[in-house]
Each structure stands twice: as structure tokens, then as C-alpha cells.
Ligand binder design. Structure first.
Ligand code: FE2
Ligand code: FE2
Length: 354
């Protein structure tokens, strides 16, 4: 503790500095930065506690030796890409089930690729340090969880007996582009794009009793652990946007929308259609032009897009135009109406953390 004069009397005792006014704005910004840092550490501490209390080991928490159940499906029918098309009408019930199985394998392969991309972002977060902060420790914990998830996805693919679908070369280019992006709203928005879209689909499938038990259990485990990841990324996205003015936010918003436009078509490879005797190009066009495509994409993206709108990640004409091209934007957002704030909805993802 210093024995010198109190700061408050300094200007009157030392004449030469009496004219120095405290920079209120700078001081406020600094206090906000400190509060932000504390808030971030508190969040990370809470997430670390949750990870220690509730985690799963897919090797033991899924009974891999149990056989598939006859008559069960792989994905809810209406989420299968050809659902509602003329091609769908021509498929036998067995072919529909088979197509669902292949689409699930494609989705799981996409999940492994996407988790690899997200993990490389997390490694960069750790690299920025300080490595002993709760924030860095949580990033490491999340990395470990993603590694377990990818192992779990791979085991399920293996159990189906269907060879995994390789990601196209374009996916590797996207991965490289992400590595070049600075850590910030675009990278955390991209994280949410993968995690929230899959989360929505998985919540529906895991509640469907017609779906294979192994698949439901895998989704349950994934949803529970991903709820922490979503909480973490949402917090970082909001914080990152809060630190930037309108001009510095714009490239992040556009990059995220562009990322979405390129990532959505990667989820189900058109090669799955060969399994039911449909030419991949024909299947892709039929699926993409179907009204069900928009319905499915909107269903999967809605909570995330409402959150983006709430925090300012869906502002700007270019951003909105790019998002509209993804055909995943709910009508009220697409029409420019005032969106329902995501935080007033029951946000079950984040609720699951506590
Ligand atoms: Fe995951
Ligand atoms: Fe995750």
C-alpha cells in the first residue's frame, strides 16, 4: 500500500497536474474490459464444473455389442433430403429406410470433419493464453469432448457397415479459410453454426422412439455435452461483438453468412442417392428444389439465427442477402420484421449446462 497522497487530492497539491482531467471514457472502457474478463472466467469456471460433473464415455455409455433393432429407422423421415419429392414417392419403404441410414452416415462424417475444424479454432484459443486461465482450461476440456464425440461418430459409422463418405476437396479449402480467420465473432459464429444446427436435428431424433436406440443414445450424449459448447460460443460471440464497432463487425458478419452458404450443402453428400439407385446429380437437384429443403434448413437454423439477430450478427444488407440464399431464414427475419429475441425463448441448450 502506498503512503503517498490519495488520488483525489493529487490535483490540488501538485499544481502542475491540476489541469489533468481523468479520461472518463478510457477509464470506463478499461473497467468494462476488466468486468468482461471476470465474467468470461466465471463462465469458464461454471462450464468446467459442469464438464467434471456430467461427461460421458461413449465406449461404455453406448452398448456397442447390442444388435440393431429390427423395424427401427435411422433418421426421422421428414428430415431425409428427398422427403416429399417425386423421387421419394417412387422409393419402397425399405429404400426409404436405407436412404435414411446413408444420410445418417453422411451427417456423422460431416460432424467429424466439422469438429476437427472447430477443434483447430479451440487450439488457437489455448495458444493465445494465458494457458492457466479458466478460459484456456475450458477450451482444452472442450477439445477433449470433441475428440470423444468424433470417436463416437466413427464407431457408429463402423457399426452400420457403410463405408464412410469422404468430404469433398472443397471442404479442405473451407477448413484452410477458417484457419486464416482471426479468432472473433466469425469463428465463434461458425462454431455455433455447426453445433446449433446439428443440436436442433439431434434433439428431435433422440426423442423419436422409431429411431434406432444406438443412434438416440449417441444423440443424447452429444446434445448434453454440446449444450456447454453452445453456451461458451454464444458468450464469446456476444462479447466479441460488444468490443467492436459497426465497421469492424461487418466483415465478421459477412464471413459467417458466406461460411453458412458453403457449409450447409456439405451435410448430406449427393453420393448417398446411389444406395437407392438414384443418380447423385438428379437426387441433389430434386432435394435442393424441394420445399422440404427450406422447411428442414429453417427448422435446424431457427434458434441460432434468432440469437444472431439478437446480438447483431444478422445485421446489414449484404449479410441478410447471403443468409437468405441459404434458404434457412425464418419468415419474420427474412421479411425484416422485428425478431423474437432468442433469449426470451426457452433456450434449452444453455439451460442444460446448469
Ligand atoms: Fe461435438
Ligand atoms: Fe462442440
Amino acid at each position: 500500500m502506498s503512503d503517498g497522497p490519495a488520488i483525489g487530492v493529487l490535483p490540488t497539491e501538485v499544481g502542475t497536474v491540476s489541469s489533468v482531467e481523468p479520461n472518463v471514457d478510457r477509464r470506463r472502457r478499461r473497467l468494462r474490459r476488466i468486468a468482461d474478463g471476470e465474467d468470461r472466467e466465471r463462465t469458464a469456471e461454471r462450464l468446467l464444473r459442469s464438464s467434471a460433473e456430467r461427461f460421458y464415455d461413449p465406449d461404455v455409455d453406448i452398448d456397442w455389442d447390442a444388435p440393431w433393432v429390427d423395424g427401427k429407422i435411422w433418421l426421422p423421415e421428414r428430415r431425409i433430403s428427398l422427403y416429399g419429392t417425386k423421387l421419394w414417392q417412387q422409393l419402397t419403404p425399405e429404400q426409404r429406410v436405407e436412404l435414411g441410414k446413408h444420410e445418417l452416415v453422411s451427417l456423422l462424417g460431416f460432424g467429424i470433419w466439422a469438429e476437427g475444424v472447430l477443434s483447430s479454432v479451440l487450439l488457437r484459443v489455448v495458444g493465445r493464453g494465458p494457458v492457466t486461465s479458466r478460459h484456456s482450461l475450458y477450451a482444452l476440456t472442450e477439445l477433449a469432448e470433441e475428440a470423444r464425440h468424433s470417436t463416437m461418430f466413427a464407431r457408429l459409422i463402423e457399426k452400420t457397415g457403410i463405408p464412410p463418405y469422404r468430404q469433398p476437396r472443397f471442404a479442405r479449402l473451407l477448413d484452410k479459410a477458417v484457419q486464416l480467420m482471426p479468432i472473433g465473432p466469425a469463428t465463434y459464429g461458425g462454431t455455433l453454426l455447426i453445433e446449433e444446427v446439428l443440436d436442433r436435428g439431434q434433439r428431435e431424433a433422440m426423442a423419436d422412439e422409431n429411431v434406432q436406440p444406438h443412434v438416440r443414445q449417441l444423440m443424447r450424449i452429444h446434445v448434453l455435452e454440446e449444450s456447454r459448447h453452445i453456451g461458451f460460443a454464444r458468450g464469446e460471440l456476444r462479447r466479441g461483438l460488444g468490443k467492436r464497432g459497426a465497421i469492424r463487425r461487418a466483415p465478421h458478419r459477412a464471413a459467417l453468412a458466406l461460411f453458412a452458404l458453403n457449409v450447409y450443402p456439405l451435410m448430406v453428400t449427393p453420393r448417398v442417392y446411389r444406395a437407392v439407385g438414384i443418380n447423385p446429380a438428379r437426387g441433389f437437384v430434386a432435394a435442393f428444389r424441394s420445399p422440404q429443403y427450406r422447411a428442414n434448413m429453417t427448422f435446424m437454423s431457427e434458434p441460432m439465427l434468432r440469437y444472431f439477430a439478437e446480438v447483431g450478427m444478422y445485421d446489414g444488407a449484404v449479410t441478410k442477402r447471403l443468409w437468405r440464399l441459404t434458404r434457412s431464414v425464418p419468415h419474420d427475419l427474412a421479411n425484416g420484421e422485428r425478431p423474437t429475441p432468442a433469449s426470451t425463448e426457452r433456450n434449452r441448450s444453455v439451460d442444460l449446462i446448469d
